[in-house]
Write a protein that binds this ligand. Structure first.
Ligand code: ATP
Length: 200
C-alpha cells in the first residue's frame, strides 16, 4: 500500500485539497478526526485526560469538551506533549488497520495538521504540503470559526513553521487563492499513480 501524507498549517486548505483527491476516488484518512474519536472510544484515554486536565474536560453528557481541552493544551507545551504521546500512537494504529481495509486504490492519503513534527511522515511513502500566506490562513479560519485573531495566531505559533515540512515534501500545493487547486492536484495524482506502480 502506497501511503501519502498531506499536511499544512491551520487554514492552509489541506482538508479542501484532500476533498479534491477524494473526488478522484482516493480514500482519505483524517487524522485529526480520528484523534478526536479516541477521546470518546478509549476509556483509558478518557481517564488520562481527566487526570491531566481535570473534571471539566468532559461535560455532563460525558462528551469531551474540545474547546476547553484545546485552550488548555495549546497554552501549555508540557501538557500538549503528554496528550500527544497518549493520542498519536492510537491514531497511528488506527491508520494501519484503515490501510488494510483500503487496499484497492493506487494509493491512500493521510491528512494531518502535524505529521513531520511527530515523525509520522517516516511511515509514509510521499508527502504533500499545502501552503498559503499566513494572513489568508488567519482570515479563512476567522470566517469558519468564532476564534479570535489572537487565538489563531497562537495556534499558528504553536504548530511551528511549515518550513520543516516543506524541506521534506515531495510535492507542494499553493493555495493562495490565486493559483488554481485542481490542476495542481491532477498533476500530483498522476505522478503518485506512476510512483505507486513503480517497484520500491
Ligand atoms: P484546519 O487545520 O483548520 O482544519 P485546513 O488546512 O484543513 O484547516 P480547510 O479547512 O481546508 O483548511 O480550509 C480553511 C477554510 O478556508 C475553509 O472554510 C475552506 O472552505 C476555506 N478555503 C480553503 N481553501 C480555499 C480556497 N482556495 N478558496 C476559498 N476558500 C478556501
Amino acid at each position: 500500500m502506497f501511503k501519502v501524507g498531506i499536511t499544512g498549517g491551520i487554514g492552509s486548505g489541506k482538508t479542501t485539497v484532500a476533498r479534491i483527491f477524494k473526488s478522484l476516488g482516493i480514500p482519505v484518512f483524517h487524522s485529526d478526526d480520528e484523534a478526536k474519536k479516541c477521546y470518546s472510544t478509549h476509556p483509558e484515554v478518557r481517564q488520562k485526560i481527566l487526570d491531566f486536565i481535570g473534571p471539566d474536560a468532559y461535560d455532563t453528557d460525558d462528551e469531551p469538551n474540545f474547546p476547553l481541552i484545546a485552550q488548555r493544551v495549546f497554552t501549555n507545551e508540557a501538557l500538549l506533549k503528554q496528550v500527544n504521546a497518549l493520542i498519536h500512537p492510537l491514531v497511528a494504529q488506527r491508520f494501519e488497520s484503515w490501510c488494510t481495509e483500503n487496499q484497492k486504490t493506487a494509493y491512500v492519503l493521510k491528512e494531518a495538521a502535524i505529521l513531520v513534527e511527530t515523525g509520522a511522515n517516516r511511515a509514509l511513502d510521499a508527502l504533500i504540503v499545502v501552503k498559503a500566506p499566513e494572513q489568508l490562513r488567519i482570515e479563512r479560519v476567522m470566517q469558519r470559526t468564532r476564534q479570535s485573531r489572537e487565538s489563531i495566531e497562537a495556534r499558528i505559533r504553536q504548530q511551528g513553521s511549515v518550513e520543516e515540512a516543506l524541506k521534506l515534501a515531495d510535492y507542494c500545493i499553493v493555495n493562495d487563492g490565486e493559483e488554481a487547486l485542481i490542476p495542481q492536484v491532477l498533476s500530483i495524482h498522476a505522478q503518485l499513480i506512476e510512483r505507486s506502480n513503480t517497484p520500491r
